[in-house]
Design a protein around this ligand. Structure first.
Ligand code: ZN
Length: 298
């Protein structure tokens, strides 16, 4: 009984969801959580994926800059990485992909990554990074605990976000934190895409949700909805900050590798979007990083 009412209601606050901007899209009028009824197929790929390489390469400048900002912020928030000689905090990167975040975090943390895609995991391990193939938390040993658990563009792809966060709480050491770096529904691009979808142009909205890709977005959060979901898992939001959405560098590749775009159209889109980049920097960003900690036990 509980299960079926939970399934029809909002995963965060339990309110009734309302139809969204597409047949597959739902939103909660109470906490703001947005969900998509997509099926993820990330583990069904076999062999190297050229598009995946191109996609990652295109996103690298954005990700690298945001990782630096995120790590500096994380260290300031948690006081980690300051003490000389002190034992370094243990950090888990869930869905670590090519290990770019692990490489940067290794200066201040004892890092460890898990990655479900076998080919990506193999290549990252081959570069000497401490990575294990598999899903969170199944890839972990029963007694493995962490001071920091990081989801970089990962949490919004996981089908049951509440249980993923419950597992996080179980896997945290005392005073540990969860870092959620994810798209934000309050972002300017997302709002523009939503307006376009309402006007009968669903393309950008579909793309932001990564509709049709092997691992589409299943959630779009903001602080209220993430706090609602986290609350069900015994966690609370303790801090958040926005990260820059978009850099000009890599934009063309990013559009090209979304699959169904012709070269000419990608070029036209790039030329159309480039002049907007400075304006977009002034608008609400589409990426937020949230810090979650255990709720005080009463
Ligand atoms: Zn809700």
């Amino acid at each position: 009984m509980l299960e079926s009412s939970e399934r029809s209601g909002c995963e965060g606050c339990g309110s009734a969801q309302v139809p969204g901007l597409a047949q597959w899209h739902r939103r909660c009028p109470s906490c703001g959580l947005e969900t998509a009824a997509f099926t993820a197929h990330i583990d069904e790929r076999d062999g190297p994926d050229i598009d995946e390489d191109q996609r990652e390469l295109a996103l690298r400048p954005i990700r690298e800059a945001n990782f630096d900002t995120l790590l500096a912020w994380l260290k300031a928030q948690t006081g980690a990485g300051g003490g000389a000689g002190a034992q370094r905090p243990r950090l888990l990167d869930v869905g670590c992909a090519h290990g770019w975040f692990l490489e940067k975090a290794a200066a201040d943390f004892e890092v460890f990554g898990i990655e479900p895609d076998p080919e990506v995991a193999r290549r990252t391990m081959a570069r000497g990074l401490p990575v294990r193939r598999g899903y969170f938390p199944d890839a972990l040993a029963a007694d493995e605990r962490f001071d920091v658990i990081v989801f970089n563009d990962v949490l919004e792809h996981i089908p049951d976000v509440t249980s993923a966060l419950r597992h996080c709480r179980e896997r945290l050491r005392p005073n540990g934190v969860v870092v959620v770096n994810a798209p934000d529904r309050r972002g300017a691009l997302y709002r523009i895409a939503g307006t376009m979808a309402r006007l009968g142009m669903p393309g950008p909205f579909d793309r932001l949700w990564q509709k049709g890709l092997p691992s589409p977005h299943l959630y779009y959060f903001d602080t209220a909805s993430l706090a609602a979901v986290a609350g069900r898992a015994g966690l609370r939001v303790t801090a958040s900050r926005r990260l820059p959405t978009l850099l000009a560098s890599g934009l063309y590749e990013r559009i090209m590798c979304s699959g169904d775009v012709s070269r000419a159209k990608a070029m036209a889109l790039t030329v159309g979007i480039l002049p907007l980049v400075p304006a977009l920097r002034a608008l609400p960003s589409d990426i937020t990083v949230w810090l979650l900690a255990e709720q005080a036990t009463s």
